[in-house]
Design a protein around this ligand. Structure first.
Ligand code: CMP
Length: 140
């Protein structure tokens, strides 16, 4: 099915100047950027976005990292976009990510892991509406 997923290029990858290289991987895999904006998230925004992880021991480090610099946020659309994007990203921990994945090639640690991608259809819907009003999404 044609799906949409929320993707974030995290502060480490933005600082490394590899937004274009990561976009090229999305495009080569048939994922289309249908909405995008750069933002330097506030602590409140990052905490709200990652609220599902609030009770986890890594929550504060995750939020601190996500507000350490600007991020590039996009909606990707395409066939099986959610799983396809997760395959492109590789495992959350870059040490466990398959060769050739975004995290294997660009990530440094489990926090500075280059990209975020929605993990399921329901979270994709929530994450897309968290960052984009419907009128800022440009499909076809
Ligand atoms: P992300 O896909 O953005 O979702 C939550 C983030 O928490 C994850 O990527 C990692 O960067 C970060 N994180 C840090 N430690 C862990 C952990 N032990 N398990 C899962 N995610 C972690």
């Amino acid at each position: 099915a044609i799906e949409r997923t929320l993707s974030i290029i995290k502060p480490d990858a933005v600082a490394k100047n590899v937004i274009g290289q990561i976009y090229a991987r999305f495009e080569a895999a048939g994922l289309k950027v249908i909405a995008a904006r750069m933002a330097h998230l506030s602590r409140a925004e990052a905490e709200a976005f990652y609220a599902v992880h609030k009770a986890r021991p890594f929550f504060k480090d995750l939020v601190d990292f996500m507000i350490s610099g600007p991020v590039m946020i996009q909606v990707l659309e395409g066939k099986n976009a959610i799983l396809k994007n997760r395959d492109l990203m590789g495992a959350t921990d870059p040490k466990k990510a398959d060769a050739g994945t975004i995290r294997a090639d660009f990530a440094d640690s489990i926090d500075a892991n280059a990209v975020h991608g929605s993990d399921a259809a329901e979270t994709a819907k929530e994450e897309i509406s968290f960052f984009f009003a419907g009128m800022n999404v440009y499909s076809r």
